[in-house]
Design a binder for this molecule. Structure first.
Ligand code: ASP
Length: 338
């Protein structure tokens, strides 16, 4: 029997067409997009195409769309061998990260892909990306189990862990990278999956979580930043946690006004999660004197999480844990950090 793959369309450039009046790209109906790739019928797969209720440019993605995706996957999971999700590239890394936390223990692949040019355009990268993503999702091991059993992003011949990837280019076809984790596979002449890099699924089975706490803020530091102007960001009633993209290995300015905003926030129950604004490397709290402030304040250590994984892991964690603790948060749940 051919592997059955659910192909979920959420919108994004891949299915867009220029509005004849304005020239702007707008998401189109899935029927149009699907018609553009008749080659899908030639794959040794049974592909079942569906669409979310309202396909969108991924800039409009929000946690309610992630819940919609989880519900779709949960509903169809017993009847299919894997999932390919077509998604705009702009926020694909956020959605892939969120889904990796919301669906854990699934022994089937969930592969996100998209494109930099719409499929209707001759030079589009969309066709290749969809066809390879479908093949990867249908790939089996010798024992009949899925070759890939985690949430991944496939783009321009590379397969990445979904919660390790970031969009790095707005114009190159090679638009994604995961500097802190090796690629999971590559689509060359053959499709190769690097088994030693894959997540090990445990026998515990799949869990679906649909509760997210959106009260998560994000602040990127820069020289001269005036944190006092971020009053409502560092307000625990607005944000239960704030991700701080610190310098290098977790360094910050340490003058009084800066420290006071953070210490007031922590004193009132706010959580600070430190990640690095460098694209590779990890937080090392004791390395520099300028790294002491966040450590002294009890900031949680985001090690080598991407921004996308840090924000979505916090939303998932705070939505599902009544008594948050840094030790529990730091447990690796989906291969998201070292
Ligand atoms: N703005 C588009 C989106 O994210 C860009 C893309 O798909 O590449 O939906």
């Amino acid at each position: 029997m051919k592997p059955r793959i659910l192909l979920i369309y959420t919108g994004g450039t891949i299915g867009m067409m220029a509005n004849p009046n304005t020239g702007e790209l707008q998401p189109l109906d899935f029927v149009y997009m699907h018609q553009q790739i008749p080659e899908i019928a030639r794959l040794a797969l049974e592909v079942i195409p569906i669409s979310i209720a309202q396909p969108i440019d991924s800039s409009h993605m929000n946690p309610s769309h992630w819940v919609e995706l989880v519900e779709l996957i949960e509903h169809h999971e017993p009847h299919v061998d894997g999932f390919v999700i077509l998604h705009g590239t702009d926020t694909m890394a956020y959605t892939a990260s969120a889904i990796s936390f919301m669906i854990q223990g699934l022994s089937k692949p969930i592969v996100f892909t998209g494109s930099q040019l719409p499929v209707g355009i001759l030079r589009s990268d969309g066709k290749e990306n969809i066809l390879a993503a479908l093949e990867i999702a249908g790939k089996k091991q010798a024992d009949g189990n899925a070759a890939l059993q985690e949430v991944a992003v496939f783009f321009q011949s590379k397969l990445f862990r979904g919660n390790r990837v970031s969009k790095i280019s707005a114009h190159q076809f090679d638009a994604f990278d995961s500097p802190n984790y090796p690629i999971l596979g590559v689509a060359g002449v053959d499709i190769k999956i690097h088994a030693n890099q894959l997540l090990e699924q445990h026998a515990a089975g799949v869990t679906y979580s649909k509760t997210l706490d959106q009260r998560v803020g994000l602040v990127k530091l820069y020289p001269g930043i005036n944190l006092e102007a971020y009053g409502s960001v560092f307000n625990p009633a607005v944000h239960r946690a704030v991700v701080i993209e610190a310098f290098g290995s977790g360094n910050t300015p340490n003058h009084e006004a800066f420290a006071k905003v953070l210490s007031d926030y922590v004193r009132q129950g706010g959580i600070i999660l430190t990640i690095s604004q460098c694209t590779s490397g990890s937080i090392q709290p004791g390395k520099y004197a300028s790294g002491h402030l966040l450590a002294q304040l009890g900031a949680w250590n985001g090690t080598d999480l991407t921004t996308e994984a840090a924000v979505t892991k916090l939303m998932w964690y705070l939505g599902n844990h009544a008594h948050p603790s840094p030790a529990e948060f730091s447990l690796v749940v989906a291969g998201e950090c070292a």
